[in-house]
Design a binder for this molecule. Structure first.
Ligand SMILES: *[C@@H]1O[C@H](CO)[C@@H](O)[C@H](O)[C@H]1NC(C)=O
Ligand SMILES: *[C@@H]1O[C@H](CO)[C@@H](O)[C@H](O)[C@H]1NC(C)=O
Length: 375
């Protein structure tokens, strides 16, 4: 309904072209009036991402392999990002009332991983082709696996095992879209993989050691250090071996588990970034090195706690005593004048019955009188 209204609106006022949206890999029917049976003139595509303006259909004939034209309809099949753009009937796309826009949505299942994790993707039944496109790419996908030609090799780290795709240590270089297609090339499923770095927090005390375990193997890592409160980064490890840095000198050691820093200093606080040789950010380690004094005030030793408890208990006892004494004294003070004041109050009570402060007193004095009268 809204679409119809918009169409009518733009037809009459030509304010902006109608935008259509369709999923990647699916088909899109060319709207009525832009193709057969009502129109058989040229249809021009001005791509929004890349490529030059071109005619996709003319004289009721398709000029694109994926555009299927019959005498009744025109359908763009197996959509990809390159199909995005403005489609116009004239070569002048400014005449917007004669054009529409197409946006191709990703429509992919989201998969989120951390660097170094194991990723396995099971192929659905009938899978014959597995392909990959990096994010924001309009280039044709790279074929990672082809059932009819399994010898196809790709530069990626993953491999097909059984009926699934397996990557033993995912990295950001694997980020992107993965398509699984049938033998006739129709899209079976589409996955969007997003790999993020690991984030760790280390809290240490001066003079202690720290070891940053490698997120994956002990390969050729690049490690930088950004001291807390500074902007510049210092290279600590380059291609797996130590890089001379005055601040650390002999205190830095690259063990097989990960780099180790001995007898920490507070100026070692900061951010340590681990990058692999392909430039993938694997780990961000935040280190906070506290002074010893900090440690004492933050975490008091047991004897100090006992002293605090003792003082608190004494104070509590003292307060209790004071409270009790005061209560007793008050009771004595109250009972004495109350008996005497009772008649005076009842006198006031008669003359000024409105004042609540006076009416409250006789009732309490009456209560205090009762026990003395009973015996
Ligand atoms: C898959 O392999 C077959 C056989 O070699 C080949 O004909 C076909 O073009 C390949 N498909 C793709 C998308 O590369
Ligand atoms: C990194 O070190 C390895 C051996 O440890 C060496 O083969 C490689 O060429 C080095 N790469 C760079 C960029 O220095």
């Amino acid at each position: 309904m809204l679409l119809l209204l918009l169409t009518v609106f733009t037809f009459f006022f030509g304010s902006s072209a109608v935008q259509h949206e369709a999923c990647y890999g699916k088909s899109f029917s060319i709207p009525l009036g832009f193709g057969p049976p009502l129109y058989d003139g040229p249809l021009i595509l001005e791509p929004s991402r890349r490529g030059s303006t071109r005619t996709v259909m003319d004289k009721g004939m398709s000029m694109e392999p994926r555009l299927k034209v019959s005498i009744y309809s025109a359908t763009l099949t197996d959509l990809n990002k390159g199909d995005e753009g403005t489609y116009s009937k004239l070569s002048d796309p400014q005449r917007q009332s004669w054009s529409f826009k197409l946006k191709v949505l990703d429509c992919a299942d989201e998969v989120k991983k951390k660097y170094g994790e194991f990723w396995t993707l099971s192929f659905p039944r009938g899978a014959a082709l597995f392909e990959f496109t990096p994010p924001n790419s309009v280039d044709p996908p790279v074929v990672l696996w082809n059932r009819s030609n399994p010898l196809v090799k790709s530069g990626n780290r993953g491999r097909v095992s059984g009926n699934s795709w397996q990557v033993s240590n995912v990295a950001q270089s694997e980020n992107g879209f993965y398509n699984i297609r049938k033998k006739d090339n129709t899209l079976l499923s589409r996955i969007h993989l997003t790999v993020k770095e690991n984030i760790r927090h280390y809290h240490k005390v001066v003079d202690k050691n720290v070891i940053f375990e490698y997120p994956w193997d002990n390969g050729a890592w690049f490690v930088t250090f950004q001291p807390a409160g500074e902007f510049s980064k210092i290279t600590l490890i380059k291609n797996g071996s130590e890089h001379t840095e005055d601040r650390f000198r002999w205190r830095l050691d690259t063990s097989s588990e990960g780099p180790k820093i001995y007898s920490l200093e507070s100026r070692n606080s900061g951010t340590y970034e681990f990058t692999d040789k392909e430039g993938n950010l694997a780990l961000v380690a935040h280190l906070v090195v506290r002074e010893k004094e900090d440690y004492d005030s933050g975490d008091p030793p047991p004897t100090q706690i006992l002293i605090y408890i003792g003082i608190a208990a004494l104070l509590a006892v003292f307060c209790c005593c004071c409270f009790c004494c005061k209560k007793k004294c008050c009771k004595k003070d109250k009972s004495a004048p109350q008996t005497a004041a009772a008649p005076a109050v009842s006198y006031h009570d008669e003359s000024q019955p409105v004042d609540p402060s006076y009416s409250a007193v006789p009732s309490s004095s009456a209560v205090s009188h009762q026990p003395t009268a009973a015996p």
